[in-house]
Ligand binder design. Structure first.
Ligand code: HEC
Length: 106
């Protein structure tokens, strides 16, 4: 009985942590100026984050690659339009959280 309760509790806790991380990524995306150029499912100046997630679905190195791309900017993944470097006011930690969230979008 006790064990069952523990298992249920652990499951509930890990679920809420994942939900929290996703929420935080989306909040940071809106706060950090990304939403001026990116939609979650619609293309604006930049690709939709759904398209980004789909493109890197099978790429194990995507997290690190995209973190440095968001930090420094660049072009060539989705076309000639460059992504500008991200302002220093957005921390590496925030970029990491946003990229984790982007890659989790389905
Ligand atoms: C001024 C417009 C603009 C802003 C602001 C912007 N982006 Fe982008 N982003 C782009 C464009 C354009 C591309 C496509 C670049 C390419 O084709 O390589 C892109 C590409 C990307 C990609 C895919 C990169 C790749 O190589 O596949 C990610 C991830 C991304 N942006 C995340 C972000 C995040 C996170 C922010 C906010 C911190 C942000 N972008 C802000 C325009 C923007």
């Amino acid at each position: 009985m006790k064990l069952r309760y523990l298992i249920a509790l652990t499951a509930a806790l890990s679920f809420s942590t994942a939900t929290f991380a996703a929420d935080e990524g989306e909040t940071l995306f809106k706060k950090s100026g990304c939403s001026n150029c990116h939609g979650i499912s619609n293309k604006l100046v930049g690709p939709s984050f759904k398209d980004v997630a789909a493109k890197y679905k099978a790429d194990a190195g995507a997290q690190a690659k995209l973190e440095s791309k968001v930090r420094s900017g660049g072009s060539g993944s989705f076309g000639a339009m460059p992504m500008p470097p991200t302002a220093k006011s957005v921390s590496d930690e925030s970029i990491k959280t946003i990229v984790t969230w982007v890659l989790s979008i389905k």
